[in-house]
Write a protein that binds this ligand. Structure first.
Ligand code: NAD
Length: 262
């Protein structure tokens, strides 16, 4: 019997990058999957079929924009209609925008806070009652090394990720005596579309090659000098749902190649 057999995992922002790896890893562990995120509908259909064919679990897709409370509510209702209950949520959807604070557009600040932080509040608030009733649940928030330390020009992202770390601890304490846990994972740099965009932008700004951006800017802060594998982050998320993970709650777990050890 696989460890997540019969469970349902809803992963926000799972059409790409880290979320997609988590969807595969949780399906491999036996969970039915609620995929969410943006993208080309044919590509998303292919992802759905691919997960189903490889791992033989059921996969539904919700196009919800997680910055909207109504759309989060609809996504949860659709998931419950399909699978009766939600056992695991992974608050993973996120965006980035890099700019000095004096030029930071207010609408970018608002959307980063809405997508990277407030969406987690909304999804936790909507799904926690069901988890408490069924007496088992796992809440996993994908924060960042930037939830623990800062870098310049990423004020909104860093504020949101520090907020997500705080939210994780507060929720964990509220439900500490139950069988529902709430933890955060703080990855260092993972080479996903979100980071590819930053590499291209930084190359333009500094007029240097993308290779130099990777070595001299991004991986400069990561002592391992290697990107973190999105599949490694995904395996950590599965671990938090395993029996051994049941003693972990309110934990802020880094996977950052030594970044925050400095
Ligand atoms: P990505 O761009 O590959 O994926 C982001 C996903 O979020 C996509 O599926 C996208 O469609 C979805 N999304 C964006 N806005 C949304 C919205 N309003 N509603 C629903 N879905 C939305 O990025 P990634 O690198 O895989 O990032 C995933 C998470 O990991 C983010 O929270 C990010 O901050 C965090 N993270 C990434 C890194 C990294 O180096 N890549 C490091 C630490 C933390």
């Amino acid at each position: 019997m696989k460890i997540l057999q019969g469970k349902t995992a809803l992963i926000t922002g799972s059409t790409s990058g880290i979320g997609l790896s988590i969807a595969h890893a949780m399906a491999e562990a036996g969970a039915n999957i609620v995929l969410n995120g943006f993208g080309d509908l044919e590509e998303i259909k292919k992802i759905q079929n691919d997960i189903h064919d490889k791992h033989k679990t059921k996969v539904i897709y919700s196009p919800a924009d997680v910055s909207s409370g109504q759309q989060v509510q609809k996504m949860v209702e659709d998931a419950i209609t399909a699978f009766k209950q939600i056992d695991i949520i992974v608050n993973n959807a996120g965006i980035q925008f890099v700019s000095p604070i004096v030029d930071f557009p207010e609408e970018k600040w608002n959307s980063i806070l809405a997508i990277n932080l407030s969406s987690a509040f909304k999804l936790i608030k909507t799904t926690l009652p069901g988890m408490l009733t069924q007496n088992w649940g796992r809440i996993i928030n994908i924060a960042s090394a930037h939830g623990l330390i800062a870098s310049p020009y990423k004020s909104a992202y860093i504020a949101a990720k520090h907020g997500l770390v705080g939210l994780t601890k507060a929720v964990a304490l509220e439900i500490a005596e139950t069988n529902v846990t709430c933890n955060a994972i703080c990855p260092g740099y993972v080479r996903t579309p979100l980071v590819e965009k930053q590499i291209a932008e930084q190359a333009k700004v500094h007029n240097i090659s993308e290779d130099r951006v990777v070595k001299e800017i991004l991986l400069k802060s990561q002592p391992s000098k290697k990107f973190i594998g999105s599949d490694h982050v995904a395996q950590l998320a599965v671990f938090l749902c395993s029996p051994a993970g049941s003693s972990m709650t309110g934990e802020i777990v880094s996977m950052d190649g030594g970044w925050t050890a400095q």
